[in-house]
Structure formats: C-alpha cells, structure tokens
Design a protein around this ligand. Sequence first.
Ligand code: DX5
Ligand code: ZN
Length: 229
Amino acid sequence: MKKLKTERGDISMAKLAPSLLSADFSKLGEEIALIDNSGADYVHLDVMDGIYVPNITFGAPVIKKIRGTTKLPFDVHLMVDRPERFIDDFADAGSDIITVHPDASIHLHRTLQSIRERGVKAGVSLNPSTPLNVLEHIMDDVDLILIMSVNPGFGGQSYIPAMTEKIKKLRNLILRSGNDIILEVDGGIKLDNAREIIDAGADLIVVGSGIFNAQDVEQRIGAFKKIID
Ligand code: DX5
Ligand code: ZN
C-alpha cells in the first residue's frame, strides 16, 4: 500500500475502486478504459447469485473476458451462497482479491485458505448488521476486510451512518493485530461523505453510482482522487 511519510509516521493513502455494477454493461470494455485512464486503483466487480442477495449480475466467464482489457487489479466481491464452490473459477478468471461473506460460507476459514492457496488475496465482507467479532479467530487469515455500508444487493443506496463507528473500531482491531490488512468500505459513498469514511480508517473505498451516474465519469474519478489524496 502507498505510504505517505509524515512527522507522525507513515500514513497509508486511501485508494479508489470504482464498481462496475452501475456501469453500462453493454460496453464494459469502454467503461473499464475510462476507469483506467482516470487513475482509479482497482476495478470492483460485484458478483450476485440471486440467492445470497436478491439480485443477479455476472460470473467468472464475464470477468475472464474483461480481464484482458486492463492491468488494474480485480477486486472481486462474491455475494453468492457457498462461495467455496467457485473459488477456482474466479481465480482462473484473473481475480487479484476474492472477498466472501462469512454468513454465506459454511467453513469460512477453509474458504479463506483455499483463496490464498490460489495465490489470490483473501477478503471477508461484513454486512451492516454483522458484528466485528466474527473476525476474532481469522485475523491472520485475511488480507482485506470489507465493511458493507449498505445492505448488499443493489447500487444507489444511501450510506448507513452507523457504519462510520464500525470502521473506526475495525481500524483499531487491525492496528492491534499488527497484520497488513486492507480496510475496504462499500456502499453509498459519494463526494460528500468520502472524507469522513477515509478519516474513520478506510484504505480503499468502493464507489458505484457516485461515479457512473456522473455526466463525466473521468472528471468524477478525478474529484474522488482529490478528496482521497
Ligand atoms: C452493493 C455492492 C456495491 C455497489 C455500490 O451490494 O456491493 O459494490 O456497487 O454501489 P453504490 O456506490 O452505488 O452504493
Ligand atoms: Zn461490492
């Protein structure tokens, strides 16, 4: 992670992961090129199965097809039931991070291990109502923890204010663990609350409708980068 040297020590600079969920699916290649040219850091890919969440998006074959269009890391967010069934598919498709939900996976620890065994970074995503204590025994087994700041399933929802406190608590937990874990926040992030979320401790923010609903996507990404830096 990029570090900023200050008198108070190194401060990690936050990064931006535009979510393709709000992009135009009929021209994903062009949308990814826009993201790439504007200085985004990751591409966030929301995989939904209609069972774990009440919506269906796309799967590993689509990710494999678009993998060749950019060198940006693919941050794959699996909102699917029993994601352990698909780890190999998403690793083969070119995922750099695979994030699963603990309440969707029967043996979470085993699932995280199988992600790492494929040389992919392992993430865990907590819904707004999921307590931080599910992390207690897996802090050595994760590379990324994703705080959902909306209920998963749809873009364009409003940020749940209580999540700011949760982000702060998680930031402390990560510091205490001494591990190099990315704290990602996803849902309802707009220009007017991004700063608050980063100040609370986010390393990586996901933005869907806040980017793709803009008239000028590149300019909007630039505006987010300005806030982050
Ligand atoms: C929601 C997804 C998000 C979504 C965020 O379930 O996980 O990644 O794309 O969209 P916005 O930024 O519109 O809330
Ligand atoms: Zn997501």
